[in-house]
Structures are given as structure tokens and as C-alpha cells.
Design a protein around this ligand. Structure first.
Ligand code: HPA
Length: 272
């Protein structure tokens, strides 16, 4: 069984360095049905994730499993098309392994996208929400286990888990902000769980991203998460939730999401 430890991450880093000479500062993770946002990358170099030593492979629908290096508006970026999820049966160490590798390659900005259900009734399907904080309801934490001091401190601070400056830029684009509550899935939440999440202060529910955000923070990366509202959450939605509806709605949103990311990268590049 693969060990997702420091040495295996180093092997993945060495392999990736053979392909990618300019280490990008920014990584973008494309969530369910959002893989097409790779179209905006120029001068692409593409690696199949299955070729990278130890890299976990996604079994989820809508996740292509490719790593693309290239440029957006002159800025070197990495795009991860697809991620692995805890609900696929992967350990938290596997789910967060790519973040470890990215940081070891020199990436400092972690931009993640995901599909989410809206708890906040002011949000609508197809809207892109900037995540401002999260509530981890997955029942575990990716930092549980023996600490690796070469990676992170034992007790990382999470006060500013979502970079304030990037959030400010996104607000200027007119995006609403929200708190993302992560459940393990893969069943969607019950209406009572959605109600609970709302009472706790959540605006969105989803099954991903939070483990990676915890690790990215623990390693000192700047984090930005863009959630695409795929559906109103259970009990709020007038229809039953299906995976197909989620993927179809994400495909419809991916153009808008690509625009937000390009505009954000442009601002980051100009140092604003
Ligand atoms: N709940 C959890 N995850 C999701 C949802 C949802 O309603 N929609 C898309 N991903």
C-alpha cells in the first residue's frame, strides 16, 4: 500500500520536476464537472496523474485526473483536473497528498473550486460563491497522526484560512461570500442535516476541499476557494438531488468560473 509520507511526496516532486521547469506560484484545482476550465491555459504541458509516483487516482465522475502546467495571462500555473475524495475510500493523507507535493514544488497559492449545495436561500443555482471560512463536519482531520515537522507545525492556526487579500479581489468582482460546511458524503445530506448546517452558520454544503485547505494552511499557502452552487441543498431544493444534475449544472457554470479565475490571476499578476 502506498504510504503518503514525506519520502513518497519527494519522489512525486522529483518526477514532476522533469516535466515542469518553471515552478508555478499558483495551483488551481478543478472540481466535479469543472475540468474544462483547463481550456484557458496556454502553452500547456500535460501529465496523466497515473504516471506520477504515489499520486492518488480519482474514481469520481467528472474528474479527469490530469495535471496541466502552463500560463494564464502570463502567470505560470498548475491545474489539477480532478481530486480524490474521502468518500472514495481514500485516507485523508491520500486526499491531501497533492497539496503536499504542490507546496514542495514551490507553489504558494492554492485556488480550489468545487460543487456545493446552497443552504443560504439568497444564493442561486449557477452562482459562484467565494468561501470565507469553513466548518469541518467530516468527522476527522487530515493532520491526525504522527506529525512531520518538515511539513507543518503540530497545531496550525486557522483564523485566516481563506486569504483576505484574494477575498477582497473577489468581492470587487461582485461575488457573494459564504461559509462551507464539509460532510464526508457520499450520500447527500438529509434536510435535517442541512437545517443543522444552517443553524451552525453554514451557507454551503459539500463533500470536498476542507482537508486540502487544512493542509495548505498548515504548510503556509495562501488559499482561495470558489464554490459553484450546483443545487439548493436537500430540503430547500424543490427537486430530489442527483449526481447528473450536479454535473450538468457545473458544466453550465464552468465558463463563468473560468472568467473569474482568469480575472483573479490577472489581478494577482499585477500585484494588486
Ligand atoms: N451536498 C453535498 N455536496 C454537494 C452538493 C450537496 O447538496 N451539491 C454538490 N455537491
Amino acid at each position: 500500500m502506498t504510504e503518503y509520507n514525506y519520502d513518497s511526496a519527494n519522489e512525486a516532486v522529483k518526477f514532476m520536476k522533469k516535466f515542469f521547469h518553471d515552478t508555478p506560484q499558483t495551483a488551481i484545482v478543478a472540481g466535479s464537472g469543472l475540468g474544462d476550465i483547463a481550456d484557458m491555459i496556454e502553452n500547456k504541458i500535460i501529465i496523466d496523474a497515473s504516471e506520477i509516483p504515489h499520486w492518488p487516482r480519482s474514481t469520481a465522475p467528472g474528474h479527469a485526473g490530469k495535471i496541466i502546467a502552463g500560463k494564464i495571462r502570463g502567470r505560470n500555473v498548475f491545474m489539477l483536473q480532478g481530486r480524490v475524495h474521502y468518500y472514495e475510500g481514500y485516507s485523508m493523507s491520500a486526499v491531501t497528498f497533492p497539496v503536499r507535493v504542490l507546496k514542495m514544488l514551490g507553489v504558494n497559492e492554492y485556488i480550489a473550486t468545487n460543487a456545493a449545495g446552497a443552504v443560504n436561500k439568497n444564493f442561486s443555482v449557477g452562482e459562484i460563491i467565494a468561501v470565507k471560512d469553513h466548518i469541518n463536519l467530516m468527522g476527522t482531520n487530515p493532520l491526525i497522526g504522527q506529525n512531520e515537522p518538515r511539513w507543518n507545525v503540530r497545531f496550525p492556526d486557522m483564523t485566516h484560512a481563506y486569504d483576505k487579500k484574494i477575498r477582497g479581489l473577489l468581492k470587487n468582482f461582485g461575488l457573494q461570500e459564504g461559509v462551507y460546511a464539509a460532510f464526508s458524503g457520499p450520500s447527500y445530506e438529509t434536510p435535517s442535516e442541512v437545517k443543522m448546517a444552517g443553524i451552525l452558520g453554514a451557507d454551503l454544503v459539500g463533500m470536498s476541499t476542507v482537508p486540502e485547505v487544512i493542509i495548505a494552511n498548515s504548510m503556509g499557502m495562501k488559499v482561495c476557494v470558489l464554490s459553484c452552487v450546483a443545487n439548493m441543498a436537500a430540503g430547500i431544493s424543490p427537486v430530489e438531488l442527483t449526481e447528473q444534475e450536479v454535473i450538468d449544472n457545473m458544466k453550465k457554470t464552468s465558463g463563468k468560473l473560468a472568467d473569474v479565475i482568469v480575472n483573479l490571476i490577472e489581478k494577482l499578476n499585477s500585484g494588486e
